[in-house]
Design a binder for this molecule. Structure first.
Ligand SMILES: [Zn+2]
Length: 200
């Protein structure tokens, strides 16, 4: 028996009773279209009920869907949540920070691969010697030890630290943008998503 994602939306902030009514209607519709098919029809007939998680408000259909599919148990209950579709335009600062992160990430990746003209490298941990011609990554295939030089290791960790700091700033900025957009939107255009895993 497999699992397939099933969902429907209600175009407003539905109450628990309305959600349950809609759920039953969709089950009846699925029964009419698909018949029973021995219980694996991959539709709403194969789940028992709806769990309402209505204390949350998601900022996009995608975000709401990801949440429902991650918490719903297979072939059990589907989850109902509220969401709004917000326009989250990134600020110039955030775009620039993300560009810097990309650039640093590329530098970091380049530090992890061999580009030297040296023919051989030796692992300081297990003592094995390798021909660089057949290797791409600076990592010992025998013991997993890094084959970077001390300078390269230092540079790598410095870059990684900078990336972490920039990422933390991006996190704050996107959280602020989200909160601002939520505040501006208020309770307008709230919709209900019902989603989970059916048996197929
Ligand atoms: Zn080694």
């Amino acid at each position: 028996m497999g699992a397939c994602d099933i969902s429907f939306t209600i175009g407003k902030k539905a109450t628990k009773t309305e959600i349950l009514d809609n759920f039953k209607k969709v089950q009846a519709r699925d029964h009419e279209y698909n018949g029973h098919q021995e219980g694996y029809s991959g539709d709403f007939q194969t789940v028992d009920g709806v769990e309402c998680h209505l204390d949350k408000l998601f900022t996009s259909h995608r975000e709401a869907m990801d949440y429902c599919l991650s918490v719903a148990e297979k072939w059990s209950s589907v989850i109902a949540v509220y969401y709004v579709q917000l326009d989250l335009t990134k600020s110039k600062t955030q775009v620039n920070l993300e560009k810097r992160i990309d650039k640093l990430q590329k530098q970091l990746n380049n530090l992890a691969i061999f580009t030297t003209k040296n023919k051989y490298t030796k692992c300081s941990q297990c003592g094995s010697k390798f021909s660089i011609a057949h290797m791409r990554y600076k990592q010992c295939p025998l013991c997993g030890n890094s084959l970077k030089t001390a300078t390269e290791l230092k540079r790598s960790s410095r870059i990684a630290e900078t990336i972490d700091k920039l990422k933390a700033r991006v996190d704050i900025l996107s959280k602020e943008a989200r909160e601002k957009a939520m505040k501006k939107n208020g309770e307008k255009n709230v919709k209900t998503l019902v989603a989970g895993w059916g048996a197929c």
